[in-house]
Write a protein that binds this ligand. Structure first.
Ligand code: FAD
Length: 479
């Protein structure tokens, strides 16, 4: 009897334990992807993620068809669709890799019971993370609450087995039940078509993810430990959207990086830093498993007393990259154009929103959710809370990034700002991060009229810093 492989956030053939398990049975396989926008408590995908998903499904369909495996696309509540397709196929076995998240877990349990009740075998695996949530525990029986103790506990946990190669012998079913078309999912923008910058920035799919990984190991990983902080250099992997959609697994990254160290191609210290970042991702996901509502609720409840300002005009200026602080504006425009932003700049723009503007971090999290191609339920919320100070093992509230000195330190020549804020291009590097200090004739020579061609700063840094420190007193009192 045929088997059904239900794809979710694991759009790849290699290191896909659900696919491997089905391949081993020798039964013919049909694959399914369900666009579920109907089930309760599942957060709808943001615009940039929808665009990515469309490209990823297109490449997955092509990759599967090389093996004769059809990819059935369906739209609707997964609790109805998965049993329906399994029944139309006459599937004896249904396999899938678990998704983190409470609502997703509930759905999966309901679907598993339903399939079992129909006498179908269900095989489930953990493939999105290195360690299944709930398996990295501290003395209290809960996940350790600081990153370093979490990381140490995870490394003690067990030796990871190497990633699985893509199965060599795959057999597709001769006839598959009807599905919907990818076009009917309406994942891509039409009018206006805002996805041009995304198309220019990314190659999507499993093969592209593998190429990105090798390019990073060849050219970026050496020097990562310090270079990763420089948005003007090319020292990070940009693998995050591929990881988000499971076009590549964290295990594949970990083993590839360790292999490069063993082969003497990169220093162990750079690889160790990269591995630690993968463990920050684990830390976020394990937190999400313990506290499913991290996108809505302050992890530290004393932040519930925080006097956030309602200011839609300033939020809008931040979103559009019109704050008058070049590093912040460059980051926000990189996000809008390419669907991605460098980590150092994410920290600066997030701190600017929550601390300089005192706007609730949830407003920023929401914008990132809609515009990032790597927007994910764990990393986005956990990182926003980390910056705002309300998160786990968070940056202390008095750490208020100065967008000028951050720019001078991490984009010393101003090349990152030049790329995304071209109206400042003719300003000398030493003034690029604070154009308002430039003499009038220098501004005029660079073709800049502050307040006209580029905004004046939305707030004064020193005054905003004092205001933030006063506001955080409320949090201290509530502790
Ligand atoms: P690399 O430096 O090449 O790192 C490799 C991988 O390690 C990343 O792909 C990512 O999976 C993981 N990683 C790296 N840095 C971090 C980190 N600080 N925290 C957790 N995991 C990390 N990451 C997302 O994947 N999705 C998000 O929605 C997201 N939102 C963020 C929001 C804010 C406010 C901040 C400050 C950070 C956010 N991050 C998010 C974390 C981080 O910025 C990105 O993972 C990273 O920039 C992705 O680029 P990269 O793949 O080149 O990273």
């Amino acid at each position: 009897a045929p088997s059904l492989l239900w794809f979710r956030d694991d759009l790849r053939l290699a290191d896909n334990p659900a696919l491997n398990a089905l391949a081993e049975t020798g039964a013919p396989i049909a694959a399914l992807y369900v666009l579920d926008e109907d089930s309760p408590h599942i957060r709808p995908l943001g615009g940039a993620s929808r665009w990515w998903l469309a490209q990823s499904l297109r490449t997955l369909k092509a990759d599967l068809s090389h093996h004769g495996i059809p990819l059935i696309l369906r739209q609707g509540p997964a609790t109805r669709i998965v049993p329906e397709v399994a029944s139309a196929l006459g599937a004896a076995t249904v396999a899938f890799n678990d998704r983190p998240g409470e609502a997703e877990g509930k759905l999966d349990r309901a679907i598993t019971s339903r399939l079992n009740a129909e006498d179908r075998r269900v095989l489930r695996f953990c493939a999105h993370l290195l360690h299944p949530p709930g398996t990295v525990l501290g003395g209290s029986g809960r996940m350790p609450r600081t990153f370093s103790s979490f990381h140490r506990a995870a490394l003690r946990e067990r030796d990871l087995s190497p990633p699985l190669p893509a199965p060599k012998h795959l057999k597709g079913v001769a006839r598959a039940p009807e599905g919907d078309t990818l076009e009917s999912f309406a994942l891509e923008p039409e009018k206006p078509d805002w996805a041009g910058g995304l198309r220019a920035a990314w190659n999507v799919g499993e093969a592209a993810a593998r190429q990105r990984l090798s390019a990073f190991i060849d050219d970026g990983l050496k020097g990562y430990a310090t270079g990763r902080d420089r948005p003007d250099l090319d020292h990070v992997s940009r693998l995050s959207p591929h990881l988000r959609f499971g076009e590549i697994s964290p295990r594949q990254l970990l083993f590839a990086v360790r292999h490069a160290v063993d082969a003497g191609e990169v220093p162990g210290s750079d690889a160790a830093k990269f591995e630690a970042e993968l463990y920050w991702r684990e830390f976020s996901y394990h937190l999400l498993a313990e506290e499913p509502d991290i996108a809505q609720r302050n992890i530290q409840p004393n932040f519930d007393a925080f006097p956030w300002r309602e200011c839609s005009g300033e939020l809008k200026a931040w979103r559009r990259g019109l704050t008058g602080y070049p590093l912040v504006d460059a980051g926000m425009r990189q996000l809008w154009q390419t669907g991605w932003m460098h980590n150092r700049v994410r920290m600066v723009v997030a701190s600017f929103l929550a601390k300089h503007l005192l706007i609730d971090w949830r407003g920023g999290e929401d914008w990132f959710w809609d515009t990032l191609v790597d927007a994910d339920a764990a990393n986005n919320a956990a990182s926003w809370q980390w910056v705002a100070g309300s998160g786990l093992d968070a940056a202390p509230y008095f750490r208020i990034f100065n967008p000028v000195t951050q720019g001078e330190k991490f984009d010393p020549e101003g090349t990152y700002v030049h790329t995304f804020v071209p109206e400042l291009k003719r300003l000398p590097a030493k003034l690029i991060h604070q154009p308002w200090t430039a003499p009038q004739d220098t501004l005029a020579a660079a073709g800049i009229r502050l307040g006209h061609t580029y905004p004046k700063p939305l707030v004064d840094h020193a005054a905003a810093r004092d205001r933030a420190l006063r506001a955080f007193e409320h949090v201290r009192k509530a502790a």
